[in-house]
Design a protein around this ligand. Structure first.
Ligand code: DOR
Length: 448
């Protein structure tokens, strides 16, 4: 008996490939995509029937906070990546505002070690920028398993902050990879905090952290990045005013928006969800939400990331503004966005651009983000017609809640395939966890 040509064939799905969206089969071998076309089922050790389903490249979530080490009561790498896989996500980039903050090679290696054998998805970690490590970021960003440097220009959860131009320039000048930025102007936030200090309705959150705080910081970091000749990725953009600025700097700046800013709107979300809707930068009014959708249509937006930022219900129940900012989202990212596809707000191909090809292009991921021979055999299989409700029972995040509980969506992930292994099927994880560090073209090293 001869060995099968393929370990697995995905049979009869609608494939979203760079060559177009078309019906066909994909043959997988040794964790990679070996062939795309009409394949004989007899040539495979196993066949997954995906007739009637869409086969997307594996979804990559480039902004999650998984809280390990130090804040594991909110989330950890096992639960966070389980939530990701259940939501159709194959790889996550995790943020540095843990305890301790990720500021040196030992912190980053510690996260990689913690993920080994426990992560359900592939993963990479951001190095946080601070005055203390600014001079070393050029070397630190080269660490295996590092997706790049993250700067907080405005304080949010944790102690990471670089708010003065001098240190920001130093950070921008030390390193070559694309740098991720949280753009809210700290000085303006401090000036305006009196609006809510001592207690206020959470509906005033977007008034404290207003449009101008976002616009000022985005404008500043664009100018500084231009001076330093450094490429940046500006995270979770929330205002109409920032989009033309970003469009004027597309040669050096890429743009992220989140599903929650595309889905929720003030004041309704604060009235209905209270502090569960509190995040930084805030959910704003409908005119801003409309502007984010226009920017998706105009190609200004490059990526959708979830900004999964879990806090416990007890923490969220504290009176505003002592309640922490952030909401979970890694598991609901794809269902919400598929629902938007079904509502006609964007095409499935544009969604794949934002969730798969965009992350690869921005961060230089090796071998992920498209259905192409030689690439990792990562797939997110979805049923575009499935009508489902987001329920607490389905959620795997340790925090145990979602602002989208009770939301009905059309479109649902049916299977998550990671380097050739089915890790989720029909809402069930299939172990053991087999996530590995994501590899990047510019830091592969000689024998990779
Ligand atoms: O709302 C937020 N929560 N925004 C951030 O930038 C950080 C995040 C968190 O880590 O909780």
């Amino acid at each position: 008996m001869t060995a099968a040509r393929f370990d697995l064939i995905l049979k009869g799905g609608t494939l979203v490939t760079p060559a177009g969206t078309r019906t066909g089969d994909v043959g997988l071998r040794d964790g990679r995509i070996a062939e795309i076309g009409a394949l004989n089922a007899g040539a495979a050790a196993a066949v997954l029937d995906v007739v009637g389903l869409h086969v997307l490249p594996g979804v990559i979530d480039t902004q999650v906070h998984f809280r390990e080490p130090g804040l594991e009561h909110k989330e950890d790498l096992a639960c966070g990546t389980a939530a990701a896989a259940l939501g159709g996500v194959v790889a996550v980039f995790e943020m540095p505002n843990t305890t301790p903050s990720t500021l040196n090679a030992a912190d980053l290696r510690d996260k990689l070690q913690r993920a080994e054998g426990r992560a359900w998805t592939d993963h990479a970690f951001f190095m946080g920028a601070a005055a203390e490590n600014a001079a070393h970021l050029g070397e630190l960003e080269q660490e295996p398993g590092c997706c790049g440097v993250k700067v907080f220009m405005g304080a949010s959860t944790g102690s990471l902050l670089v708010d003065d131009d001098e240190t920001l320039l130093q950070v921008l000048r030390n390193g070559r990879r694309r740098m991720a930025v949280h753009a809210e102007d700290e000085a303006r936030l401090r000036d305006r905090v009196a609006l809510v200090r001592g207690g206020a309705d959470v509906g005033r959150h977007p008034e404290w952290r207003d449009e101008e705080a976002a616009r000022l910081a985005t404008e500043r970091v664009l100018n500084l990045a231009r001076r330093a000749g450094r490429r940046i990725h500006v995270l979770h953009i929330t205002t109409a005013e920032e989009m033309p600025l970003l469009a004027a700097h597309k040669d050096i700046a890429t743009v992220e928006v989140t599903p929650q800013h595309l889905t929720l709107a003030a004041p309704e979300c604060y009235e209905r969800l209270g502090t569960l809707a509190q995040m930084n930068p805030p959910i704003r009014g409908v005119q801003h939400r409309d502007a984010l959708w226009r920017a998706i249509d105009q190609g200004i937006v490059d990526v959708i990331g979830s900004d999964h930022a879990p806090h416990t219900r007890e923490e969220k129940a504290r009176p505003y503004p002592t309640s922490p900012s952030g909401m979970p989202g890694v598991q609901t990212l794809l269902p919400l966005m598929l629902d938007h596809v079904n509502a006609g707000r964007l095409t499935l191909e544009r969604l794949v651009d934002l969730l798969c090809a965009g992350p690869q292009r921005i961060y230089g991921i090796a071998g992920k983000g498209r259905i192409a021979v030689g690439y990792d055999a990562d797939f997110t299989v979805v049923d575009l017609a499935a009508r489902r409700e987001i329920t607490a029972k389905w959620l795997a995040s340790k925090c145990g809640w979602s602002p989208f509980e009770g939301t009905r969506v059309t479109g649902w992930p049916k299977a998550t395939i990671l380097r050739g292994r089915i890790v989720m099927r029909e809402d069930e994880l299939q172990g053991p966890p087999s996530g590995r560090p994501v590899r990047f073209g510019d830091t592969l090293g000689p024998d990779a």
